[in-house]
Structures are given as C-alpha cells and as structure tokens.
Write a protein that binds this ligand. Structure first.
Ligand SMILES: C[S@@+](CC[C@H](N)C(=O)[O-])C[C@H]1O[C@@H](n2cnc3c(N)ncnc32)[C@H](O)[C@@H]1O
Ligand SMILES: COc1ccc(-c2oc3cc(O)cc(O)c3c(=O)c2O)cc1
Length: 308
C-alpha cells in the first residue's frame, strides 16, 4: 500500500498525516514492513507486510496480537519501573511490589487480566502446537495418556488430543483458569495446585512452566511429576518445552537477545529464570531423573525429554 493510501485509510485527524511517514520509517527499519520502491516523493512509497507483521494481522489464525497486547498492558509494564526498589529490598518480585500480590494470585483476583494473560498464552500455543506435532510427532507417538501440567486453557492439549485420538489428555491448571471449560471424548480439565498433587499419566507436558519458578520450586514440581508418572521405566517421561540458553554462541545468534529479555521478564514478573544446559541438567538430576534428551527444534525453544 502506498503511503498516501495508507494515510487516507487510517482513522486519524488530518493534522496527524505527516507523522505517519515517520512511524512507518521506524517500523520498516525494525522489520515490520518492507519498502518496494525508492522514490523522493514520500507519498508514493509503497509498503509491504513482512513475516513479523503478518503475525499481527487480525484475520490470521496464527496471530500473536493477544500476546503483544498482554505484554504491553500496564499490569505487566509497570513492574519494570520498580526494578531498583526490588534490588534494594527483600520482596520476591517487582510485580509483587507494584501490585501487592504474586503474579498468579493477581490473575486469580482480576478476571480481566486473567482472560488477557490466558488468551496471550493461547495465541502462543496456537503458533507452536502445529509445528510441534509436525516436527516432533515421535515425542508423543504411542502415549496412552498425557497431562499438560499448568496447561492454561488447553490450546496445546486440544491440538494433541485431535492429532492423537487414542491418547487421553488432561489439562491441569489452577481452578480460576480451567473452571467451566469443556473437554471432549479424550480431553478433560482438572483444577488444582501442581505443588500439591498432579493427576497420573504416562507422560507429562510442562510448556513454559519451569522458567516461572526458582530452582527449589522447579525441583518440587519435577518430583511431583515423577510421582505421577504411571510408567516409571523408559516409557514414562516428562516433556519440557523451554529455552536452553546457549553460552557458547554468545551474541552470534540474534535470538540470544530475545532469550535474555525473557530472562529479565521472568526476573521482573515472577521468581523464575531462563536456564542454560548445565542448569537444566542440575535441575533434572536433583529431581531424581536419570536420563534426558534435548532437541533444539522450535526456534527459541527446545524440547527436553526427561526419564525417571
Ligand atoms: C506461562 S503460563 C503457561 C501456560 C501453558 N502451559 C502454555 O504454554 O500456554 C503458566 C501457567 O501456570 C499456571 N500455574 C501457576 N501456578 C500454578 C500451580 N500452582 N498449579 C497449577 N498451575 C499453575 C498458570 O495459571 C498458567 O496457566
Ligand atoms: C514467544 O513465546 C512466548 C513468550 C513468552 C511466554 C511467557 O510469557 C510470560 C509473560 C508474562 O508476563 C509472565 C509469564 O510468566 C510469562 C511466561 O511464563 C511465559 O512463558 C510464553 C511464550
């Protein structure tokens, strides 16, 4: 679309028209648009969508707009301003200083934020789930049952239950997340606390969970998972989807910056962290698991299968 057409399509006051070129210039520089032709007349410049902006289109079923909207909500941005206060006192997170509650407790008490956050996680799960099944079918092949621990509103489990109709899937999360959600013939929802008890299954999925917690809490969660595995041999496993920070590549990989910002997000909002391979192996063995396999397959993220 040309700049002149763009300006006439936007619901803006005519006095603001000259500013659109400057907004488009920085968004083009950041990779959200590309420019077709070089011209001296700004109004003739033609902009095209890029892969990044396609992920933000309203009609795109893979849209991650809900994720971006949640991350830009003041509930999540205000805590960043409390980092220096947090560094000077004993509070567990800058989120707690800002809102007076832990992250998950806040979500339980604010239904609007709860919906916004759950929808943001669901949009990410929609993006990843097809890719996961496409590239890593073998990880789930032959499993009789699986619990998606802290599985949110069940987007990932729904895709798994459709792709593996013989597998019984349970979505386990806090009651305020799963109450009232409808399952299907091989998908059910269970409300509870993963630090107390996890439903039994042949495999357990932990997607974006352990990075929310400190090492001690992760070991507790993993031990609870181990207790809930029906098969204690090689056939039983916990499937972890998380980032594995790569110390060796340092700044060569442009994903490193994103990974390190996620580490900051986990520091500010919750009590978690992103971990490197050595830190993952420490957690896995401290929880009593004897073997592991790491497959770096989903861009920023890896699949870490661990065996009792
Ligand atoms: C970052 S979200 C990940 C959701 C989902 N696994 C995904 O990848 O889309 C973390 C989830 O942990 C859940 N959670 C937090 N504390 C929990 C607890 N004690 N027991 C069960 N679930 C919990 C939250 O409600 C939230 O749905
Ligand atoms: C791109 O894929 C993802 C990125 C981030 C997350 C994610 O995001 C948040 C955001 C928060 O404000 C708090 C959180 O605890 C989390 C997560 O735990 C998390 O995984 C998911 C997918």
């Amino acid at each position: 679309m040309s700049l002149s057409k763009l300006i006439s399509s936007l619901p803006i006051h005519p006095s603001k028209s000259p500013y659109i070129y400057r907004l488009m210039r920085i968004m083009t520089h950041s990779g959200f648009f590309s420019q077709q032709s070089v011209t001296d007349n700004e109004l003739e410049i033609e902009y095209m969508l890029t892969d990044a902006s396609r992920l933000l289109l309203k009609g795109n079923p893979m849209s991650v707009t809900p994720f971006v909207q949640a991350m830009l909500d003041p509930v999540l941005t205000n805590p960043w301003h409390q980092m220096s206060t947090w560094l000077k006192n004993e509070d567990s997170s800058a989120f707690e200083i800002t809102h007076g509650r832990y992250f998950w407790d806040y979500a339980a008490h604010d239904p609007i934020f709860n919906r916004l956050f759950n929808e943001s996680m669901a949009s990410d799960a929609r993006l990843v789930s097809d890719l996961l099944i496409d590239k890593c079918k073998g990880v789930f092949d032959g499993l009789e049952s699986l619990v998606d621990v802290a599985g949110g509103t069940g987007t990932m489990a729904k895709t798994l239950s459709k792709s593996f109709p013989q597998m019984e899937c349970i979505v386990f999360d806090l009651p305020h997340v799963v109450d009232g959600l409808q399952g299907s013939h091989n998908l059910s929802y269970v409300g509870g606390d993963m630090f107390q008890e996890i439903p039994q299954a042949h495999a357990i999925l932990l997607k974006w969970i352990l990075h929310d917690w400190n090492d001690e809490q992760c070991v507790k969660i993993l031990k609870k998972c181990k207790e809930s595995l029906k098969n204690k041999g090689k056939d039983g496993k916990v499937i972890i989807i998380e980032m594995v920070l790569d110390n060796e590549k340092e700044n060569v990989n442009e994903s490193v910056e994103t990974q390190l910002f996620f580490d900051m997000l986990m520091m500010i909002l919750v009590v978690g962290k992103e971990r490197n391979k050595r830190e993952w192996i420490n957690l896995i063995s401290s929880a009593g698991f004897t073997d592991y396999k790491i497959t770096p397959i989903l861009g920023l993220r890896s699949i870490i299968e661990i065996y009792p």
